[in-house]
Design a protein around this ligand. Sequence first.
Ligand code: NAI
Ligand code: CS2
Length: 463
Amino acid sequence: MRLNSSSLKSLPADVRRSGYDASARGIGIVHLGIGAFHRAHQAVYFDDLMAKAAGDWRILGVSLRSAGVRDQLVPQDGLYTLVERDGAEERLRIISSIADVLVAPEDPQAVIDAIAAPSTHIVSLTITEKGYCHDPASGEINWAHADIVHDLANLATPKSAIGYLAAGLKQRMASGAGPITLMSCDNLPHNGAVLNAVLTAFVAKAAPELSDWLAANTSFPATMVDRIVPATTDADIARLEARLGMADQGMVKAEPFTQWVIEDDFAGPRPAFEDVGAQMVADVRPFELAKLRMLNGSHSTIAYLGLFYGHETVDQAMDDPRVAGVVDALMVEAAYSLPIVPGLDPEHYAEALKGRFRNAALQHRLSQIAMDGSQKLPQRLLGTIADLNASGRDPRAAATGVAAWMRHFSGPFVNDPLSDTLKAAANDNPEQLISNAMAIEPVFGPLGQQPWLRDLLIAVMPR
Ligand code: NAI
Ligand code: CS2
């Protein structure tokens, strides 16, 4: 038996169901990048919203790459289990907010139609840092990106999220479907501004007749998103099937903690996010800096140092004093680099983060965090290094994370959109490796010209 709207009634009584009739609600959201994080974070908030009040806030998920999630969810009527794990505790909840899933390469026009539909008020995205086709150091569009080159010449059959947004909004303008909000939920600093800059630049070249409409009819709220959501494994699926008495191919697992800070800047209608625990603010920046530098900077450092010392998961690496010691120091460095964050006590936040990292039930694989380092390090570690140096402090711990990344990409397993560039920079000689890596402009930008950083990296390079 498989989880679906018919078998729902056969689930064990302790499995929490959604408190509303999903079949009676319409689609209001198109989400690009229907991955594990969206299903364990935003989709849960929308499930709560529809249980709490009327409103057509179901989600049309879109994968721009593969059919995997569509094949997991569509046979299940969009239903899946959120498995919250914390140590020995486990809580199960069925999420009903996803109405359907499209695979863009199979039917590009269907995705364009969905973005243009008058009932669509928000397009949200979790397409990974690399999905924005930008240079991480500058935040600007990368015109040489293969998908951008393709989409400039083939806007009716795009490959990039940026191309799909341009094509969908062009059709939306033509049909008079009204304003729409484009909401990035990726781990990027000023993610709304990055999306705005890349899309505006692309539209100016690909569809200049759309530029004025885009400026007048869209908004790009920044968001800070936080929930540790490790990739689902076959063992997770088998364990859940034994627990439910039926198969759920679309399950996701996550820690209990969740946080969503959203800039209150919506061009069209929005649901009452504040009624389901999200924070609506005027300025997301302090919240995102704290999270990207203290959580994600530590995560990447744990990943690269942990892999260097032979560990496989975050909790294992945190049990290694050679890793935990650097994390302790990095938390202090990152906290020092922050502005005042409303309601945040950096010391308490640091302790809470370390407790979340030690949640062995998640089995969060270091290799998952280690991927796409070229797209992550600028906002996670290089910003901390630059700010601390500017204030006369020594960013040794943050530099250790960067040096460990250099060791990582010199090894055999590198999963990164800049993998060719990284392989060319790889070197067993630490001094040469550091010189080669610092010359990678899309990652280091002007920081790559600083002799003090080179000297520091040589001093802290894991050996
Ligand atoms: P995932 O691997 O489950 O899903 C990634 C999604 O991005 C897939 O739908 C994939 O098709 C799409 N994608 C990948 N490369 C793309 C590209 N170049 N263009 C368009 N779409 C592309 O990963 P997951 O866990 O859903 O994470 C996705 C993003 O969510 C992360 O990169 C991060 O920005 C954000 N996030 C993830 C958290 C987590 O703990 N997993 C927590 C906080 C934020
Ligand atoms: C992780 C993040 O994979 C990674 O890069 O650092 O996905 C992390 O789990 C989330 O940002 C936590 O909110």
